[in-house]
Write a protein that binds this ligand. Structure first.
Ligand SMILES: [Zn+2]
Length: 284
């Protein structure tokens, strides 16, 4: 099964949907009991999650693909879904699914917060007060200005597709939404990131926001494992323009979608809507 492991990776819209569905059920509740923990899922190694017991949740938010649960003590529980992670609230009598690594009881009969991750590329970090868990990632795509994107892209001559996947340049975009945004913008994925014109950067900035907002409205893309905080699947996978559509007709021009591999990642694009870049010689 080609590329399944990368195609099920939750990206910004999926993580945002998890945060939005968990928020109303989690904020203001206390963790009353640590029911179950697979210790090697927790970082730093040896951290004692028992300190969570009795702590109220102040806020849950997203930064890039990261879920951050702020506690009244000032500590933050940071959860990364990796490729197959699920963070849900369930009733205590719901059967425990295989690969469930963390279960925390919530006050007021609000159920249990459960984290499961069959492939274990995700994890749970306990961050001390003052650490936000986002020092190593780039700006948020939904609130970035075109000038910020231009600055990030000017730092690399790699292809625009590969640059968009680099979390240090821009936080939250993965394979699905990079391919989708490039199709909307009419940009060939091999275009060098630092060779985009200011107009192309402005257009790309707009298209990234557009596809991410639309995907959030459709509660993300469910390809295999992804579910929201209530355990429900997303619906945006039905609306993908190019992602995972190799050999199928472009929804806009009927040209068959091509697939290439860039930096080990599948990349789908329409050769007509996204013509190969004609580059002038680089000025030295
Ligand atoms: Zn097309």
């Amino acid at each position: 099964m080609r590329d399944r492991k990368e195609s099920c990776m939750p990206e910004l819209p999926e993580v945002e949907t998890v945060v939005r569905t968990l928020g109303p059920k989690l904020v203001g509740r206390r963790f009353t009991r640590l029911v179950h923990l697979r210790p090697d899922m927790l970082q730093p190694a040896g951290a004692d999650l028992a300190v969570l017991t009795g702590q109220a949740v102040r806020r849950i938010h997203r930064r890039g693909k990261r879920i951050l649960i702020q506690l009244e003590s000032g500590s933050t529980l940071y959860i990364h879904l990796g490729m197959t992670g699920q963070l849900t609230i369930e009733t205590p009598d719901a059967p425990t699914k295989p690969h469930t690594h963390l279960i925390l009881d919530l006050s007021g009969d609000a159920g249990q917060l459960r984290f499961r991750d069959p492939r274990r590329f995700g994890g749970v970090w306990l961050l001390p007060p003052g650490q936000m868990g986002d020092h190593d990632i780039g700006p948020e795509p939904l609130s970035m200005r075109a000038a910020q994107l231009a600055k990030a892209l000017s730092r690399t001559s790699r292809s625009i597709k590969v640059a968009l996947l680099d979390q240090r340049l821009l936080a939250g975009i993965g394979n699905i939404y990079a391919d989708e945004a490039l199709h909307i913008a009419g940009l060939h994925p091999l275009t060098p990131a630092d060779r985009l014109s200011p107009e192309q950067v402005r257009l790309l900035c707009h298209c990234i926001k557009r596809v991410l907002r639309r995907a959030i409205r459709h509660r993300g893309s469910s390809l295999r494992d992804y579910v929201d905080g209530n355990g429900a699947s997303g619906g945006f996978q039905k609306l993908h323009r190019v992602y995972d559509r190799e050999g199928q007709p472009c929804r806009y021009c009927d040209t068959l979608i091509h697939r290439i591999v860039l930096a080990g990642r599948s990349t789908c694009f329409c050769p007509r809507c996204q013509p190969a870049p004609r580059l002038k010689a680089r000025v030295r």
